[in-house]
Design a protein. Structure first.
Length: 291
């Protein structure tokens, strides 16, 4: 059964990453996975904007001193989705001395802006009563081909942490999603126990698991050997030898393992938050929506 599931995952992953027509006709490398991820993110952002607007209306009915809601502009909505997607990269890339991807190609930013316009044009966005946030950890299971990241385990983990979280952190910091004028506010990550959220540390955790399984750097190969020794897994050679101590996994198999861990993390969080017996359909929709 595991092999069948693994084969299905490989087939789905290769198909989802293949260039999608009609974009490929014009030389645009846009996959079905990227298109679905863009629609999901824009959908979630609109849901959050409307949720914060409704909450602000209720609060202002009780306290008239609160500022009134502003009329939303599409420019603000487009800037919000671009900040979520590329905010972390805009911070990490200059620190590593590499150009940002949106500086080399405008395909990605244009895709998100167009999808956001499409989602904003929808007459209604249904609510499914869950705390929503776009998680794209599985899209980043393979480390970026930057020399500074490829040669440093610390840079690998830190960059995955920044790239995945800094976009939403910046969005919450300047209140992009709220209906009020832009103002600085404390992001949820900096509030009490905000560091315990799965979204915050799942990216570096999944990156570390992927790097350990694929031995992308010597440090992770040694770490894999240490973990295998603690667990009693037979090693291929004595510790300290210049060869791999345990078998290295190919990228597809490692990505499959990361998908299982990632799904387990958010499934357990969903069950803990909503309960196993309550609204099973909504719970499973939430798991799928999270990635």
């Amino acid at each position: 059964m595991i092999q069948s599931l693994q084969s299905f995952t490989f087939h789905y992953w290769n198909y989802a990453l293949a260039p999608l027509a009609p974009f490929s006709w014009f030389g645009l490398n846009i996959s079905s996975l990227e298109l679905a991820g863009a629609f999901r993110l824009c959908y979630v952002l609109r849901y959050l904007r409307e949720h914060f607007r409704d909450e602000h209306v209720k609060q202002r009915a009780k306290d008239t001193k609160l500022p009134p809601s502003e009329d939303r502009s599409f420019v603000r909505n487009a800037l919000t989705v671009l900040t979520v997607v590329y905010g972390g990269e805009a911070i990490a890339a200059p620190l590593l001395g590499v150009p940002c991807s949106f500086m080399n190609s405008g395909t990605g930013p244009l895709l998100y802006v167009l999808v956001q316009a499409l989602v904003d044009a929808l007459p209604y966005v249904p609510s499914y009563g869950a705390e929503l946030r776009a998680a794209d950890v599985l899209f980043r299971c393979s480390y970026p081909p930057w020399p500074e990241v490829s040669n440093s385990p610390w840079a690998l983990i830190l960059s995955s942490f920044i790239i995945t979280n800094a976009g939403f952190f910046t969005t919450n910091l300047v209140s992009f999603l709220h209906p009020t004028p832009l103002t600085f506010t404390t992001p949820p990550e900096l509030q009490p126990y905000g560091w315990t959220t799965v979204d915050l540390w799942s990216a570096p955790l999944i990156t570390a698991i992927y790097a350990t399984l694929t031995h992308c750097q010597p440090f992770w190969a040694d770490l894999h050997a240490v973990i295998a020794g603690v667990l009693g897994v037979p090693a291929d050679a004595a510790f300290g030898a210049g060869v791999d101590k345990v078998a290295v996994l190919d990228p597809d198999t490692a990505r499959f393992a990361c998908a299982i861990v990632f799904t387990g993390l958010f499934a357990s969080r969903t069950v803990k938050t909503f309960g196993l017996a309550a609204k099973r359909g909504g719970v499973w929709f939430y798991v799928v929506a999270r990635g």
